[in-house]
Design a protein around this ligand. Structure first.
Ligand SMILES: [Fe+2]
Length: 286
């Protein structure tokens, strides 16, 4: 169990528009769904109706893309109040967003941009996460993003930065295994060392996704099957962190629901298999 007593939800997929009809009509077997918070922070219309009906049958978590926790802009209190109201309505198991910045001077760039990894940024971001947690009256999760450039001013490794922010803010971590793999290739760091350095007990959720290989760099496109190397890294993460709720992200070239569900089952099988192997080696599972 994690330090915050968040529940183990199992193995889920992102709720995406092409699957609305199937999910509502057929009620397929699925442990839980992750929804993009901003899609449901509206006053009315079909999205709210869909989510109300989905929520009647499945646990959900809310995953945001606009918190911009790393920005130097003031926190957007209006956004947070809307987020809080949506959470009160749908009662997600938890709320997450990204360890990045997406806006500056009140302009949303619609991209998850990396931060300079220095102590000053740790203090800045951690203080803002604490403010967000106070407003939402709950612990939130922050997710490591994939990146394609680094600041020359960075003095911490990405895993040191992520861990320091989570410790200072006392928040949870959504560990995206594919993002670690993509950034490890792009910046030539050791993905296994990254995973081995993140504190146990703070990792509340995993993300898995497919990326595109452009030869000299990898791009986090969420439009491919999960690569074998990412599955291998996932199994390593399971051996370190134990049974952690796992979510399959697929946002472009979205396949039939059954294909996505089969990937979630693959994650379940690999998780149990990795833990089974470890049990014979008497490794403790968190
Ligand atoms: Fe992710």
């Amino acid at each position: 169990m994690n330090r915050f007593n968040f529940p183990f939800l199992g193995f889920g997929v992102g709720l995406r528009r092409p699957h609305y009809g199937h999910v509502l009509d057929s009620h397929p077997r699925m442990d839980w769904f992750e929804v993009i918070s901003e899609n449901y922070m509206v006053d009315g219309g079909r999205p709210l109706d869909v989510l109300t009906r989905v929520r009647d049958r499945y646990p959900i978590v809310m995953h945001g893309v606009s918190l911009s926790i790393g920005s130097t802009d003031p926190l957007n209190v209006g956004y947070l109040e809307q987020l809080a109201a949506t959470a009160r309505r749908f009662e997600p198991a938890w709320i997450s967003d990204h360890l990045c910045w997406t806006s500056v001077a009140a302009r949303n760039l619609h991209d998850l941009l990396p931060l300079p990894y220095v102590e000053e940024t740790v203090r800045h971001v951690a203080a803002r996460i604490r403010q967000v947690q106070d407003i939402l009256e709950r612990t939130i999760l922050i997710e490591n993003v994939s990146s394609y450039m680094e600041f020359s001013s960075s003095r911490l490794a990405e895993w040191e930065f992520l861990s320091a922010v989570a410790e200072e803010a006392d928040c949870g971590i959504l560990l995206d295994i594919n993002n670690i793999f993509v950034s490890a290739f792009n910046h030539r760091f050791d993905a296994v060392r990254y995973i081995d350095s993140v504190p146990r007990g703070r990792v509340i959720q995993f993300h898995l996704a497919g990326h595109s290989d452009h030869g000299t760099y990898l791009l986090d496109t969420h439009d491919h099957p999960i690569r074998p190397e990412v599955w291998t890294l996932y199994e390593h993460a399971v051996r370190r962190f134990g049974r952690v709720p796992t979510l399959i992200e697929w946002d472009d070239n979205i396949p039939e629901f059954e294909v996505l569900a089969a990937v979630a089952d693959e994650a379940r099988r690999r998780c149990e298999s990795a833990l089974g192997r470890e049990k014979s080696g008497a490794v403790e599972c968190t």
